[in-house]
Design a protein around this ligand. Structure first.
Ligand SMILES: Cc1ncc(COP(=O)(O)O)c(C=O)c1O
Length: 413
């Protein structure tokens, strides 16, 4: 069977390390496991405003794509932050504070309810958390810091839009803009934190930082667990199309499905921007491989040049295939979701949030891709719409209407 397909707007290749029908491996279990999931769920479900996000069935689109069903987990309303990210960043902040406060007060770790009630504010306020971000992760760390009462400094790189910068500052964080790419901002945040005694909350791991990025990923697993609960009959889909930046979200979803459905886990297709295919390159090579260049893409959350060491432990054998897509494909998919004639009710999805679906739209329309991925009229596909219009100005420019207009169905047919 053909292993790689190269088209002008996308590329698809099979992961040579993929182990189909295997049990959840020990290597993955050291990163994400049932105990960790239990702790994350117990914490996050107590936060104010927690509610499972909706799972939408896009029947018209499923018919158009000639698959049996298509489910879209819509994260645009998560804690009113516009993306799935608070599940990870804010959960890692909460876990860090519980540990630090316990150590500083020489006793037990406080319960999450005590943190939320502000019982340890006098200790929390002396703790500073920091992160590098393309927008959404920093926003979630800043929101968590505000919710749990500690200080927060966020690093952003050159091309992060002003709208995204302001969205972070709105939660009381100090925002520092640095030269270079996302990966340069990650390095800068790490160096400054070391010098200042701050605590870094990265959403990626280079193999040295483990605890915080592991908690970030463990928080994300709740999104996948909700989807499993919401799927009709809790039946496993046959395919997940998952957008990947550093791979934390995709690894978390993969791990949760793998632990739940064991050898019946769905095929997992990773989707990345053409300019930032670090999973495409790394899995093809069989080892983590950095992507050079500006990494510039409208899919800002996915514009990452290096895979996360922790996510690698799961996706190395868990990912079935990798796709890279052009910005044009992502834009087209955002417009399609906003179009009431094809998707009813219309869905507001941001540039990074739509990438998994965008990958599916291309793959399902190409006979070679369908064969390579085993997509057919019996396939049940799940995608995660990981953000709404987190950059409203950019959303308006691409879709031609505001997120509000799309959501309220004001568009006349
Ligand atoms: C909206 C959105 N979706 C998906 C991702 C990808 O997550 P990860 O970097 O964990 O692969 C991001 C990352 O920032 C994001 O902002």
């Amino acid at each position: 069977m053909q292993k790689t397909l190269i088209q002008s707007e996308y590329q698809l290749t099979l992961n040579p390390q993929y182990e189909s029908h295997s049990l959840y491996p020990r290597e993955a279990e050291t990163v994400l496991n049932a105990d960790g999931f239990g702790r994350a769920k117990q914490s996050i479900s107590q936060w104010p405003g927690y509610a499972p996000t909706p799972l939408l069935e896009l029947s018209n689109l499923a018919r158009e794509l000639d698959v049996a069903s298509l489910y879209y987990k819509d994260e645009s309303s998560r804690f009113d932050l516009g993306s799935f990210k608070p599940l990870g960043g804010a959960y890692a902040v909460a876990s860090l504070l519980q540990k630090q406060i316990g150590e500083r007060q020489g006793g037990r770790k406080p319960d999450i309810s005590e943190l939320l009630a502000g019982k340890h504010r006098h200790t929390a306020i002396d703790i500073t958390v920091t992160a590098a971000t393309d927008g959404n992760h920093g926003r979630s760390v800043a929101w968590g810091a505000q919710l749990f009462g500690c200080r927060c400094i966020i690093f952003i790189h050159e091309t992060v839009t002003n709208a995204r910068e302001h969205a972070i500052a709105d939660y009381g964080a100090e925002v520092i803009r640095t030269a270079g790419t996302f990966d340069d901002a990650v390095r800068k945040a790490g160096e400054t934190a070391k010098a200042q005694g701050w605590h870094v909350i990265p959403d990626t791991s280079d193999g040295t930082a483990i605890e915080a990025p592991m908690n970030v990923m463990q928080g994300y697993t709740l999104m996948a667990a909700e989807a499993i609960e919401q799927l009709p009959g809790n039946r496993a889909p046959t395919h997940l199309f998952l957008q990947a930046g550093v791979g934390g979200m995709a690894a978390a979803a993969c791990a949760q499905f793998w632990q739940t459905f064991s050898e019946h886990t769905p095929a997992i297709v990773l989707v990345e921007p053409q300019t930032a295919g670090c999973w495409f390159d790394s899995l093809s090579a069989g080892h983590p491989t950095a992507v050079a260049g500006s990494l510039q893409s409208i899919m800002a959350g996915l514009a990452c040049g290096e895979v996360s060491y922790l996510a690698w432990k799961i996706l190395r054998t868990g990912a079935t295939a990798m796709m890279t897509i052009s910005d044009t494909v992502a834009e087209k998919s955002m417009r399609l979701l906003a179009d009431q004639r094809r998707v009813d009710p219309p869905v507001v999805a941001g540039e990074s949030g739509v990438a998994g679906l965008a990958g599916l739209l291309e793959a399902a329309s190409d006979q070679q891709c369908r064969i390579m991925l085993g997509l057919d009229g019996q396939s049940r596909v799940l995608v995660f719409g990981t953000e709404g219009a987190t950059d409203p100005e950019s959303y308006h420019k691409i879709v031609g209407r505001s997120a509000h207009e799309v959501a309220s169905g004001r568009h006349k047919l």
